[in-house]
Design a binder for this molecule. Structure first.
Ligand code: ADP
Ligand code: MG
Length: 720
């Protein structure tokens, strides 16, 4: 039996330190069960079935040819490289290797006959291949296309191919979709899961790469349908489970109306709600009045005014005699929420002997103890904090509502834990709390339908009046000095400026798990250097520095001084990204904007344009040496210049990244939707939504097997 068998079958029993490197890599890719291997589909195919004459080959495509070496040299042109000229009788091709071994010099000696496979580049008379695969000429040709699988470091294709083939042979691929459901789309009947997988893993000799990669082929249709059905099933099951849970019905008593907490809060607000806010509050109110836990996502663009909706929800809960917890991913943000919410609610709560409490990391023991007591006695009506709110010693007397702000910023694991612990808090009273999630990163409709099938969604699609649009400029890094020169003018007119330092690591915006992102040492250095650079350019002005490694108390001071307009310029790593609200700040400069994800750029830009002054966002991009930007980076910057609408931004982000990555990165690092492409239209999605209740109602055993097969241990992630 091949070496990988233990890893794929019994990963539970094999101690991690005894796994080989490829076994570990398989596990990291989530390929632990036979079925996981079977569902690991090729990324593309290589054609080793024929030999092409160079004269007939097409540029830019993978080609396999055979010919004799006519020339070989090791040249130093910038970098040391091995150059080998091969002639196949119809044309010549130059092979170029930057990494090579002495054995290769021998293998490709002048006169040797080679079989060469690689991507063909160059013009007529000057064909080239970089790092092609080279064998001696004359070996047997494969009879079918060779699959190439998504791999990882330390996982050779040959190993992966064998592992997948073994997994495919062993996996149970019996039908799990009831015929009644299959009948709804003929293409699904045309191809079973088993047929679909063997079609894609073991292409028939006659199969062209084009047919295999055509996502409209019945095999692909079948896989998409299977995957979406699994997802809809697991969410529908979760929703039904939830319908059996008890939550406190938080309805206002009929005898109170004008003097209820929410009514008092509304009257005390310095503004009137937008239509969208009123609608969202009504939806929440209806949910809260039911004896089932609410599970609602409030999505709205940056600055749409989600906080006040949360405050009204809290007031509804408190009014009905329950406590509310509000969590946000960063300490800075919880501080802002606390001052805002305490400012609104404390005057109303004080006469009732209740208050708002902020759990922070920088608290003295005694203070913390007093707060814990207040939470336990129910005197703390609203508790604001990071995930510290679910800390070991925190015991709510009557938790009725949990609000999670910027929920996508909590990692999946953290989100699951939050939910679990908050549910436990209610267990004593046999009542689950209601949940309100908030996010400024909207999900396009098709994604929301499939991905958040277990959530109800309220959308704030209207900004409060009086916002001035932010003018966005793209400026090349070479013109950095000009931007700095402008800073002085801006500060002289009393404007405040955020200067955001670059991410040094990955441009991925939605790294799960860690919030706030900790800056690397390099990032920190960049921020400190920038602070010095700007301070030198602005004599007599103070330049503040904010990064997530500062002690909490210092962060608080810096933020407070910036909010009080004592600091004209604030240099910051991305700690300011979520939720920070300083209306007088009207300019934002983002360095190396090309390294940020689109959602993140949009969030950052949302920090300005909150006051009455015209605002600007300068996206500095590129490096002084003028290296060109990648296509995706260019598209991101362009989208930023062209639109301010968070929903449009989300749509473009999805188009640039594709749903796998869009959701994968956001959710767990392991893409949950591997095949379904939700940008394409939703025929199959509509089918899955129709089939899921049929399966659950009439074929529960099949439904269970289906979800296990497709989601296995990941089903939980769909609820996070
Ligand atoms: P976000 O949705 O990004 O969390 P916030 O809740 O921070 O937005 O609101 C942004 C700003 O708009 C805050 O200063 C808030 O007080 C203000 N605001 C909220 N709703 C309204 C409204 N209806 N009219 C005027 N200003 C509002
Ligand atoms: Mg907010």
């Amino acid at each position: 039996m091949p070496a990988f068998v233990p890893a794929t079958r019994n990963t539970g029993q094999v101690a991690p330190e005894r796994l080989s490197a490829p076994q570990k890599a398989l596990r990291q890719l989530g390929l632990t069960r036979d079925i996981d291997l079977a569902l690991h589909l090729p990324l593309r195919y290589e054609d080793e079935t024929r030999i092409t004459r160079l004269a007939n080959a097409r540029l830019g495509e993978p080609v396999q040819f055979e010919g004799a070496v006519t020339h070989q040299e090791v040249a130093v042109r910038g970098r040391r490289q091995l150059l080998v000229m091969v002639d196949d009788g119809s044309a010549t091709c130059l092979l170029r290797f930057f990494h090579f071994y002495p054995a290769q010099l021998k293998q490709m000696a002048v006169g040797a006959r080679l079989r060469v496979r690689g991507d063909l580049r160059g013009g007529p008379g000057a064909l080239t291949m970089m790092h092609p695969v080279v064998h001696a000429a004359g070996g047997e040709l494969s009879s079918a296309l060779t699959p190439v699988y998504p791999a990882a470091a330390g996982l050779p294709q040959a190993y992966l191919r064998k592992a997948v083939a073994a997994g495919l042979a062993r996996a149970d691929l019996s039908e799990t979709i009831a015929p009644e459901c299959l009948n709804l789309i003929p293409a699904l009947h045309a191809c079973s899961l088993k047929e679909a997988l063997s079609f894609l893993h073991h292409p028939a000799p006659s199969q062209s790469a084009l047919a295999l990669e055509d996502r409209n082929h019945p095999a692909w249709q079948r896989l998409k349908a299977e995957e979406l059905l699994a997802q809809q099933l697991s969410q529908l099951a979760a929703r039904r489970e939830r319908a059996h849970l008890q939550a406190p019905a938080l309805a206002a008593r009929p005898d109170e109306s004008s003097d209820s907490l929410p009514a008092q809060l509304l009257a005390a607000l310095p503004f009137t709600l937008t239509g969208a806010q009123r609608r969202a509050v009504r939806e929440i109110e209806t949910d809260l009045a039911a004896p089932r836990p609410m599970q609602r996502l409030l999505q709205g663009d940056v600055g749409a005014g989600k906080t006040v909706v949360a405050a009204l929800a809290a007031a509804l809960a408190i009014n009905a005699g329950w406590q509310c917890a509000l969590m946000a991913p960063t300490e800075i943000l919880t501080g802002q929420h606390f001052s805002k919410l305490a400012g609104w609610l404390e005057p109303l709560l004080a006469p009732l002997g209740q208050r708002v409490v902020w759990l922070t990391g920088s608290q003295k023991k005694k203070e913390r103890a007093a707060q814990l007591t207040a939470i336990e006695s129910g005197q703390a009506a609203l508790v604001v904090g990071t995930h510290a709110v679910i800390g070991e010693q925190v015991r709510f007397a009557r938790l009725g509502l949990a609000v999670i702000d910027e929920q996508h910023r909590f990692g999946v694991q953290q989100r699951l834990e939050l939910r679990r612990k908050l549910s436990d808090q209610g267990a004593a009273l046999a009542r689950e709390p209601h949940f309100l999630m908030m996010s400024a990163t909207p999900i396009p409709r098709t994604l929301a339908m499939s991905y958040y099938a277990d959530l109800d969604v309220s959308t704030l699609d209207e900004l409060p009046p009086g916002r001035t649009p932010v003018v966005t400029k793209l400026v090349h890094e070479r013109r950095r000095a000009e931007v700095i020169a402008h800073l002085r003018g801006w500060t002289e007119t009393g404007r405040q400026i955020y200067w955001v330092c670059p991410l040094i690591d990955s441009p991925d915006d939605d790294q799960p798990g860690t919030s706030p992102p900790t800056p690397s040492a390099q990032e920190l250095r960049a921020a400190i250097e920038t602070q010095a650079e700007l301070a030198a350019a602005l004599p007599g002005r103070e330049v503040g520095l904010l990064h997530s490694r500062l002690p909490p108390a210092e962060k608080k001071t810096v933020m407070a001084r910036f909010a009080a307009a004592e600091l004209p310029v604030l240099v910051a790593t991305t700690v300011i990204e979520v939720g920070v609200d300083v209306p007088n700040a009207s300019v934002m400069v983002i360095e190396h904007a090309e390294r940020f994800g689109l959602a993140q750029l949009h969030q950052l830009r949302g920090r300005v344009g909150r006051g009455a002054t015209a605002s600007a966002c300068v996206l500095l991009y590129g490096s002084p040496d003028g290296a060109p930007l990648g296509a995706a980076a260019r598209q991101r910057l362009q989208a930023m210049r062209e639109t301010h609408d968070g929903f449009e931004i989300a749509r473009r982000d999805l188009a640039i990244r594709g749903p796998g990555e869009f959701l994968g990165a956001r959710q767990s690092g392991a893409a949950l939707l591997r095949f379904a492409d939700l940008t394409e239209g939703d025929l199959i999605l509509a089918w899955a939504r129709r089939a899921a209740p049929i399966m659950l109602d009439r074929y529960p055993a099949l439904a269970h097997r289906h979800v296990q097969r497709w989601l296995g241990g990941r089903a939980d992630y769909l609820k996070a």
